[in-house]
Design a protein around this ligand. Structure first.
Ligand SMILES: Cc1ncc(COP(=O)(O)O)c(C=O)c1O
Length: 215
């Protein structure tokens, strides 16, 4: 029997609105031509619906806004930092927490430590800021998508996976000691936001451990 689709109403009310400039097709065509069809050169004030990114498009809940009022921003030992640290530790089980204001800033710090000349990073696809932060250190960033991911007509469930065969070959080619990290971007943003399977993540981990141990 065919499963009936159920529409679930969003269990929240959005309380704040931000006006957007309503543009005409003529205006959009003109600004796109002017920037050579590179959406990174567009001014956000010319964008009505942003399909480039989800960054900066989220809304905070009433509890989050209230938290900003009751929290303190002391230079050292801030009460709200201890709260954030305990919640993140509880959710992730990670012993060390370093807050950053954005993903790209976190990458700048991380790859500043892991990167450097002669280092190689392998990924299903490096997100643009990931690649930029890696290459800035002089390291090499290599994407290893499966061949079928390049075919938009193919309807497959996990086109964001890493190609395991290519991964093994590349680890041997670049030598395990030069590989600074194997990065899974989930979902695979720069490859059309394609999903990555849990199985693939497990197998990538297994191959990395096996090959690094044998080296
Ligand atoms: C891997 C990765 N790095 C960086 C970013 C950018 O995030 P932010 O806007 O917080 O810098 C994203 C956003 O999707 C991401 O997936």
């Amino acid at each position: 029997m065919e499963k009936k689709r159920r529409t679930l109403a969003e269990p929240f009310r959005i309380k704040m609105v931000e006006p957007l400039k309503v543009t005409t097709q003529e205006h959009r065509t003109k600004v796109l031509e002017q920037c050579g069809y590179n959406p990174f050169l567009l001014h956000s004030s010319d964008v009505f619906i942003d399909l480039l990114t989800d960054s900066g498009t989220g809304a905070m809940s009433d509890h989050q806004w209230a938290g900003m009022m009751v929290g303190d921003a002391s230079y050292a030992g801030a009460r709200r930092w201890f709260h954030l640290e305990s919640v993140v530790k509880e959710l992730t089980g990670m012993p060390h927490i370093l807050p950053t204001h954005q993903g790209r800033a976190a990458e700048r710090i991380l790859y500043g430590i892991l990167g450097g000349k002669n280092k190689v990073f392998l990924s299903n696809t490096h997100f643009d800021t990931t690649r930029a932060n890696i290459e800035f250190t002089g390291a090499l960033a290599v994407d290893i998508m499966p061949e079928e991911a390049n075919d938009p007509e193919k309807d497959l469930p996990f086109k964001g996976n890493i190609d395991l065969e290519k991964l093994k070959v590349l680890i041997l080619e670049y030598k395990a000691e030069n590989i600074a990290a194997v990065i899974m971007t989930v979902t695979n943003n720069s490859s059309g936001g394609q999903p990555v399977s849990m199985q693939n993540i497990l197998e990538v981990r297994k191959s990395v451990i096996n090959i690094s141990c044998c080296w």
